[in-house]
Design a protein around this ligand. Structure first.
Ligand code: HEM
Length: 425
């Protein structure tokens, strides 16, 4: 469907065949991103990877993610940090259980995912509250309307609506916060401490290399914001939806719990090693992401030259939105598409990695998400442990609201509140 949203020509793709055309057959043409006011204001002129236009910088920075920051071996090296953060989350839940209170799982999962990312990015990151606030406010701004993106001649109205001042305020707070963290790591480098344990050290080492990859402080900051926000937000949204689906589908929850509870030699928590054989867990996560992709419209693309898609002429500069939410539920590919049925993934070979255009939680093609392994490990370990340690119930008399909040990231409209019941061992 070709639309004119203000001055912006927009192609909306809602079928796996259309997605194949854009993300596979003509990936070279559609691999750029449109320029967006909120991204430019909050991310140093879109100097992160996700919003950068296609080109030399994007290629080098994406490689940095794939080879250095989030390569499988690097992700594995975070296992201990991840397991320690899981222990803390379980303790938090135990405390709530002793008080017989329903627990806000949104709070537990968002703290967990942010704590993991903070631990692996930087040696010391004390201002977690501020960080969370900035991520919330920043991601909300990405969904907010502004005049400049759609009616450039009316851009001065963004001053009247408060859009500009709000973005500038958030940006300044981010900038100060990141300055502090970067300064501290740079001082450690000056003192000869140059380990690559923390991702910020990896970034600083790359930035100091004398090669043609220009990674300025602004680039570093934009990438850090991307890791904090992209690395935590999408992941906790998924974990919360998975738990909501499991509470609604008790047979599936029970089947998973039985598999976890049969594992032998568990010390304090289930480790990544303990759960690696439980393929049903991967099926549950895949099914959650099929029904509730945290980026239901992916991240928009932009065409870099005139092209032809299924007989329609698409001019250079067209914005392309892939409706992954609809594609993931296409009845031509998915039987009973609205049903939560993880077993469907035991019977097929559909994966996360953009090979199947009827399933796009992480996108596909050149701009596919580089955080798949990292996100998957975080989701698996926390879900496994909260199901292993506790049974879960809705607060008495409450029904679960499964509606989505408005906005670009399809999080739950209401925080998930459940009562944990400790199990006898
Ligand atoms: C459940 C968790 C996650 C989901 C569902 C998700 C989803 C996505 C989607 C849909 C895209 C756009 C793909 C496209 O345009 O085709 C994307 C891009 C991206 N994601 Fe993720 N993501 C997740 C976790 C992460 C994590 C943990 C990180 C890093 C710490 C990350 C970093 C990125 C980056 C850097 C891009 C931009 C890639 C590019 O433009 O080349 N994501 N993600």
């Amino acid at each position: 469907m070709l639309l004119h949203l203000g001055c912006v020509q927009t192609l909306v793709v809602s079928s796996p065949e259309g997605a194949e055309e854009i993300l596979k057959k003509q990936d070279d043409v559609f691999a750029s991103r449109p320029s967006t006011k909120a991204w430019n204001l909050l991310l140093y002129g879109s100097r992160n990877v996700g919003f950068a236009p296609y080109g030399k910088y994007w290629k080098q920075a994406k490689k940095l993610y794939v080879i250095h920051l989030l390569a499988p071996a690097k992700v594995k090296s975070f296992d201990r940090a991840r397991e320690e953060e899981v222990s803390k989350a379980i303790e938090k839940i135990r405390l709530a259980h002793e008080l017989s209170n329903p627990i806000d799982l949104c709070e537990v999962f968002s703290s967990f995912t942010l704590d993991v990312i903070c631990r692996i990015v930087s040696k010391s990151f004390s201002k977690r509250h501020l960080l969370r606030e900035l991520i919330e406010e920043g991601t909300t701004m990405f969904s907010e309307f502004n005049f400049e993106d759609y009616f450039p001649t009316l851009r001065c109205l963004d001053m009247l609506t408060g859009f500009n001042s709000k973005a500038i305020k958030i940006f300044k707070q981010w900038d100060e916060l990141l300055d502090e963290v970067i300064k501290e790591h740079m001082n450690r480098h000056l003192n000869g401490e140059k380990d690559e344990e923390y991702l910020l050290d990896v970034l600083l080492i790359q930035a100091n290399k004398k090669d043609d990859f220009e990674l300025t402080k602004d680039h570093l900051k934009a990438i850090l914001i991307e890791m904090f926000a992209g690395g935590s937000h999408t992941t906790f949204i998924t974990i919360e939806w998975a738990m909501a689906e499991l509470v609604q589908n008790r047979k599936v929850m029970k089947k998973l719990q039985e598999q976890f509870r049969q594992i032998r030699d568990v010390k304090h928590i289930l480790t990544i090693e303990n759960i690696k054989e439980i393929t049903y867990l991967t099926c549950v996560i895949k099914e959650t992401l099929r029904l509730h992709p945290p980026a239901p419209l992916l991240v928009p693309r932009e065409s870099m030259q005139d092209s032809n898609v299924k007989g329609y002429r698409i001019p250079k500069g067209t914005k392309v939105v892939i409706n992954a939410w609809t594609i993931n539920r296409d009845p031509n590919y998915w039987e009973n598409p609205d049903e939560f049925y993880p077993e469907r993934f035991m019977e097929n070979t559909v994966d996360f990695r953009g090979n199947n255009l009827e399933y796009l939680p992480f996108g596909a093609g050149k701009r596919i998400c580089p955080g798949i392994n990292f996100a998957q490990s975080n989701i698996e370990i926390i879900l496994a442990n909260i199901l292993y340690h506790f049974d879960w119930e809705l607060p008495h008399g409450e029904e679960l609201d499964m509606s989505e909040a408005a906005g670009l990231s399809a999080r739950r409209a209401e925080n998930l509140r459940l009562i944990p019941r400790k199990i006898d061992r």
